[in-house]
Design a protein around this ligand. Structure first.
Ligand SMILES: [Zn+2]
Length: 430
């Protein structure tokens, strides 16, 4: 903690203490039983998913939910009650009041727009997407992307793993992994840019905070805002590919011969109603999160029960995305989160995207963000984010960090506006 005063870490210390105080309110025996339940629950969930049978998982999920309902009662305070207790654990300061406002905008403004988009077929020649792209070249292009985005190779490494992730052990040791599918070459491009966004955040934190409680990103949603900013706003923009598509073509000479930038850009922005959250595109993604939020909220309000979940899930996918859910595996059983007792986690994913859109809006007041990409790198963007967000690490509560970054409060309007503007153009609507 050299050279930094303790007051800098006050809120971190406060939070650690809060966590301990909470735990003391939970009867020891119940907590131990819950922990051993969680040790088995992921395996049971996995088996249920494999066999495509919710009933295998249901009794376990009932116990998990029962504990969490009791847990909420034990640790409730004057200010935080019910589901808010859990939401606050994943994104400090965010409550149902905030999220209700956010998701109701998704419901009333985005859902009808998405229906319009999905009704229109995007005309493009995507035959190149069906070809095989060797891993070696994908790896090479990922390295090029890391150089382009300003990843510091002296303070981090790029590796490979089944699921891409980023881990930061201070600013000098940031590890990023990616995964390569030969039959789906854009997957590694965007999981790569996504993880590089997380990595840039970690690398640009004030190094004085290394190895302190405040040496990581500000919160889940803030971290996700950075990965989504680079992945979607920068990485899926036409301006980015105007500069970098020639390089992509030179790496995949055979596969991309004669392919037009226009078709590539459409391919990476195609919106589709889909069943699986992790495979959803930028436009429909928040609807998947909204569905989960509604379900969790009703579950903790005692309005619905675990046995009803598959039916409710399927009804919502029908209502909001017009999809028939053919199996539990592609429905209620798809995510691991509930099996690990994580309720209140999902909303942070959508909040991250919405934060990114608002940051983009504010950044554009200082300089033309997409135009700056003509330089061939993202230096100007990185410097802005470092100054307005990254350097602080988690020295302040997340809501305050966001306020410093954008100079105001979170407003979901910017996210909806951004999505509608972008997809109206790509889909040539109106
Ligand atoms: Zn992420």
């Amino acid at each position: 903690m050299k050279g930094t005063s303790l007051t800098k870490f006050w809120h971190e210390i406060q939070e650690t203490k809060e966590g301990l105080d909470k735990l003391k309110k939970v009867p020891m025996q119940e907590y131990i039983e819950y922990m051993s339940l969680l040790e088995e629950s992921e395996n049971i969930w996995r088996k249920a998913k494999q066999k495509n049978d919710y009933e295998i998982f249901r009794p376990t999920l009932e116990k998990i939910v029962a504990f969490n309902r009791k847990y909420v009662k034990y640790v409730e305070t004057e200010k935080l009650k019910g589901y808010d207790v859990l939401l606050d654990e994943y994104e400090k300061g965010m409550t149902m009041k905030d999220y209700d406002e956010f998701f109701s905008k998704i419901k009333t403004e985005l859902v009808p727009f998405v229906k319009k988009v999905l009704d229109k077929k995007l005309e493009l020649d995507d035959s190149f997407n069906k070809l095989s792209y060797p891993k070696e070249q994908q790896r090479e292009f990922f390295k090029y992307l890391a150089e382009t985005l300003g990843f510091n190779f002296n303070k981090g490494v790029l590796k490979e793993s089944e699921h891409p992730f980023t881990s930061g052990f201070g600013t000098t040791d940031v590890r990023v992994t990616n995964h390569y599918y030969e039959n789906d070459f854009t997957s590694s491009i965007f999981s790569g840019i996504h993880e590089l966004g997380h990595a840039l955040y970690e690398q640009q934190i004030n190094p004085e905070l290394d190895h302190t409680l405040s040496g990581g990103g500000g919160s889940m949603a803030l971290h996700e805002s950075q990965s989504r900013f680079y992945e979607n706003i920068i990485g899926r923009s036409l301006d980015f590919w105007k500069i970098h598509f020639p390089k992509l073509k030179s790496v995949f000479k055979k596969q991309l011969r004669g392919v037009k930038l226009k078709d590539f850009h459409k391919l990476i922005n195609r919106a589709e109603a889909s069943l699986i959250r992790t495979e959803a595109d930028e436009l429909t993604y928040p609807i998947h999160i909204m569905i989960r939020y509604d379900i969790e909220k009703a579950l903790f309000a005692g309005e619905i029960e675990v046995k009803d979940l598959p039916r409710i899930w399927n009804d919502k996918y029908q209502e909001y995305l017009g999809l028939e859910v053919p199996s539990d595996r592609e429905g209620i059983l798809q995510d691991i989160h509930w099996a690990g007792g994580s309720f209140g986690y999902f909303p942070t994913y959508a909040l991250g995207s919405a934060y990114a859109a608002q940051i983009y809006k504010v950044m554009n007041r200082d300089f033309k963000v997409l135009k700056s990409l003509q330089s061939g790198d993202t230096k100007e963007i990185n410097a802005w984010l470092k100054e307005r967000l990254h350097k602080y690490g988690s020295t302040k509560p997340p809501k305050e960090l966001f306020r410093i970054c954008v100079g105001g409060k979170f407003n979901p309007k910017h996210y909806i506006d951004y999505l509608i503007k972008k997809y109206t153009k790509i889909y040539e609507l109106k």
